[in-house]
Structures are given as structure tokens and as C-alpha cells.
Design a protein around this ligand. Structure first.
Ligand code: 1QQ
Length: 386
């Protein structure tokens, strides 16, 4: 009996000794899509976080302690996101996670972080209900309900005669299903007739059936909710089969990586934006300058949002560290303090001034719409209309 209790005491001592404090550099997890079709979107997020790591390193990190970003490829499926989150939480012992890329993945992976009490900043999860997944889940990516309607209004400005609308969406993607709901409500609220709703899969390449239905419905506006590869092919086939009206693309089509898919036929597509490179604040100017120096063009929305997510972590960590040195805190305590701090802070970011409500929903002031202008078969740019 005595022996057993002595053993238990020494085990307890051992586990106390093993309770790890926050190390230097401070590990932050990045779980976005580095492979799969979703990498068309995720690559831009990787770039945004890399710029942030460099930027904050040069500015002394967290009150003198550097951060270190740890990448786990979350690819494009719910399961791959779960694996990436699990590795970051249990093996890398990160203080927080930026990711995953898709809402479909977030609904699967975020509950795991929430149960482990690890704060998540969603860099691009715009479906309804993301912050409500749990106490530890917040997002820097404004919801479709606020962003998407702007593109429909812009389409009407471009062609005030629009009356009939076709809506197309990827039914196997939670975000696309959420976004199409917003698009359909917006169209109706603006007095438009949604005359056909066409469904597809993000894995589809051939859209002849859907496009044929759209063409026979005689619409002046087509609104697409899908991802970059399917969305690009759909735009291409709409034009090739003779559709001449306005096209609005949703957030899943919001990347220059779609340009080689639809080529010159991407020209003219309208896409709502939660970021505008010309936002006039110090944080955005520094971000744009750093991005331009490396990539010779303006940064896209997904890079700006990913940068912002890292920035929010860094600034919230600084505030926590000022109250109690992070190096004296266990990782578990630091994660909880960080989560609480994120929600009470105010951040000057490339997206403008950012705050969160008590559920972790981003409070962002301005949204924009851009139109694609193709230069050649592969390259183009976004012209901001508002
Ligand atoms: C979501 C999205 C993606 C299409 C962005 C990458 O907005 O899944 O919520």
C-alpha cells in the first residue's frame, strides 16, 4: 500500500515537472490547405502568414519573444483538417491555430480545438455559424451574409436592366450552401426573379447540363457559389456555350489561382471582397509593401485575412504577456488567457480596424467589390469598383 502511494506521489511530481510552460519561440499553428484543389485558396493563406511571421519577428515578436509558425497541411477535406488540428494541439503544443481553409472543414475540426481549449482564428470560414461552434472559435473572415450581397448590388449597378437570375452552387460544400442562401435572399430582396437554381459538386469538371438549363432560362445574371477549380470551369463553360450576361462569383472563386482555369473568359466576373489593398492605415501599408516587394502585385484577400489572423494572435499574446509573463505560464493557462484576450482587444489590421463580439464574430467596417480584368490567358487583376 505504502509502496503504491509512494509511486503515485512520484508520478504526480513527474507530471507536474512535465507540465510545460510556454516555450520560446512561441508556437502558433497554421492549418490551411497546402495540397489538394483547396490549395488554390490555401496557398495565398500560407503566403499571408509567412509575411506576418517575418513582419512581427522584425518588430520584436511578443514583447521580445519571437513567434514560430508551425505548418500542418489541412488539405481540402474535413478529415485532413482534423488530423492537422490534432497534431498541432497534441504534438506541437501550439498556443493557438489559424485555420482551416474551408467552412466544411471548420465544422469538423474546430470542435476538437474547442474541447482542447485551444483558440482558433478562422482565416477564411465565412459560412453561417462558425463562431458559434464554441467558446474558443473566432474568425477574421467576415460572414457571407455581410460580404456577398455587395456583389449583387454591383451587378445591378453595372446593368440596371437585370431582372432574371440563375443561381448555381456546390451542394457538397457547406460554405457554398450557406453563401447561395444569402445570394438568393439578396436577389429576392432587390426585386429580382431567381428563375433557376442549379446544383453541382466541387469535384465536377463538366457543367454542360447545368449550363444548358441556365441558357434556356434566359437570365441576365448568373451567381456562382463553389470553389476555385469548379467555379473557374463553370465560368469557362458558361461563356463557351454562349452566355453573355453578368456573372457574380462567390468567395470560393476569390483567387487569382482561378485565372488559369477560365483564362480570358474570367474577364468581367464580379466578386465581393472583405479586403481592399488601398485601405489607408499603417498596418495595411506595411503589409502591401512587403507583399509587393516579394510578389510584384497587390495582395489578395486570403493573404490579408491570414496575415490579420497572425497579427491578432501576436497582439493578444502581447497583452497577456504584459499581465503575466508567458514563460511563467503553462501552455494550457496561456491558451485560455489568449482566448479571453482576443475577444476584448481592438486591432489595426490590413482589413481595417477589427474587433470581435462576445461569440468571436468579427466586427469589420468596410466591404468591397472587385471585377476581374484579364491581361492574357493566365494573368489578370482585380479592379475595385467600391
Ligand atoms: C468558406 C470560404 C472559402 C470558400 C474560402 C476559402 O469562404 O469555406 O467559408
Amino acid at each position: 500500500m505504502k509502496r503504491i502511494s509512494a509511486l503515485m506521489v512520484s508520478l504526480a511530481v513527474l507530471s507536474v515537472a512535465h507540465a510545460q510552460n510556454v516555450p520560446s519561440p512561441i508556437p502558433i499553428g497554421i492549418a490551411v490547405a497546402q495540397t489538394s484543389n483547396t490549395a488554390l485558396l490555401g496557398q495565398e493563406q500560407v503566403v499571408g502568414t509567412q509575411l506576418a511571421e517575418k513582419y512581427f519577428y522584425a518588430r520584436g515578436g511578443v514583447n521580445g519573444t519571437p513567434i514560430k509558425l508551425i505548418y500542418q497541411d489541412a488539405a481540402g477535406d474535413p478529415n485532413t483538417a482534423i488530423n492537422a488540428f490534432t497534431a498541432l494541439i497534441n504534438q506541437s503544443k501550439v498556443v493557438g491555430i489559424v485555420g482551416p481553409t474551408l467552412s466544411t472543414q471548420a465544422f469538423a475540426a474546430d470542435p476538437i480545438a474547442d474541447r482542447a481549449k485551444v483558440p482558433v482564428l478562422a482565416p477564411s470560414n465565412t459560412a453561417k455559424g462558425i463562431p458559434q461552434i464554441g467558446e474558443f472559435i473566432a474568425r477574421v473572415s467576415a460572414p457571407v451574409a455581410l460580404v456577398a450581397p455587395n456583389a449583387v448590388r454591383a451587378a445591378l449597378k453595372l446593368n440596371p436592366k437585370i431582372k432574371k437570375v440563375a443561381v448555381m452552387y456546390a451542394q457538397n460544400d457547406t460554405f457554398a450552401t450557406s453563401e447561395t442562401g444569402t445570394f438568393q435572399e439578396t436577389a429576392k430582396a432587390l426585386g429580382l426573379d431567381v428563375v433557376t437554381v442549379q446544383k453541382f459538386q466541387t469535384t465536377d469538371n463538366d457543367f454542360t447540363t447545368q449550363v444548358t438549363s441556365v441558357l434556356s432560362s434566359g437570365v441576365e445574371l448568373v451567381i456562382i457559389s463553389g470553389l476555385a477549380n469548379d467555379g473557374g470551369n463553370l465560368i469557362k463553360q458558361l461563356r463557351q456555350l454562349g452566355y453573355k450576361g453578368v456573372i457574380v462569383g462567390g468567395n470560393g472563386l476569390n483567387t487569382a489561382n482561378m485565372f488559369p482555369v477560365c483564362g480570358k473568359l474570367c474577364d468581367g466576373v464580379l466578386i465581393a471582397q472583405a479586403y481592399n489593398p488601398s485601405v489607408n492605415n499603417t498596418s495595411n501599408k506595411a503589409f502591401v509593401e512587403a507583399y509587393r516587394a516579394q510578389y510584384k502585385k497587390d495582395p489578395p484577400q486570403f493573404s490579408a485575412q491570414a496575415f490579420t489572423a497572425v497579427q491578432v494572435f501576436v497582439e493578444a499574446l502581447k497583452a497577456v504577456d504584459k499581465k503575466k509573463k508567458l514563460s511563467t505560464m503553462s501552455i494550457e493557462d496561456a491558451r485560455e488567457a489568449l482566448n479571453a484576450q482576443i475577444l476584448v482587444g481592438k486591432y489595426r489590421t490590413p482589413l481595417g480596424e477589427v474587433l470581435f463580439d462576445k461569440e468571436g464574430e468579427i466586427l469589420q467596417k468596410s466591404f468591397y467589390v472587385a471585377q476581374i480584368k484579364m491581361i492574357d490567358d493566365k494573368n489578370g487583376k482585380y479592379i475595385f469598383l467600391r
